[in-house]
Design a protein around this ligand. Structure first.
Ligand code: FES
Length: 111
């Protein structure tokens, strides 16, 4: 994806425009170098976190359920909290998380 570019020495990678994040409070970066990640928050949030959407059980892509505020895996039903911790198996390990911040007009994630 051409919008993903390496912008520094510490592997902070731009994953999308901050305006997009502010619109819905979420930004889905489908094609980050580590697979799909979801950034939750807005440019005014004190801290931003990016959560990997790759299920730690067998690698399916989990979906965010707004009503129950959980990530749910369509393959075998694992559930994760917003911070990536496992709520329900078969997954044993939490989703990976990454630091995220706003830089200029972009959301950048430390990978
Ligand atoms: Fe997600 Fe099995 S791959 S529960």
């Amino acid at each position: 994806c051409s919008s993903v570019k390496n912008i520094g020495l510490e592997d902070w990678v731009s994953v999308g425009p901050s305006a997009e994040l502010d619109k819905t409070g979420q930004l889905l970066a489908k094609e980050s170098p580590v697979g799909p990640v979801l950034i939750v928050g807005t440019s005014k949030s004190g801290s931003l976190t990016a959560v990997s959407l790759t299920c730690t059980h067998a690698g399916c892509t989990v979906g965010w359920k707004t009503d129950t505020k959980k990530f749910v895996c369509p393959c075998h039903g694992s559930e994760y909290a917003l911070d990536g911790t496992v709520k329900r198996g078969p997954a044993k390990e939490g989703l990976k998380t990454f630091a995220a911040k706003i830089e200029g007009d972009s959301v950048v994630v430390k990978l």
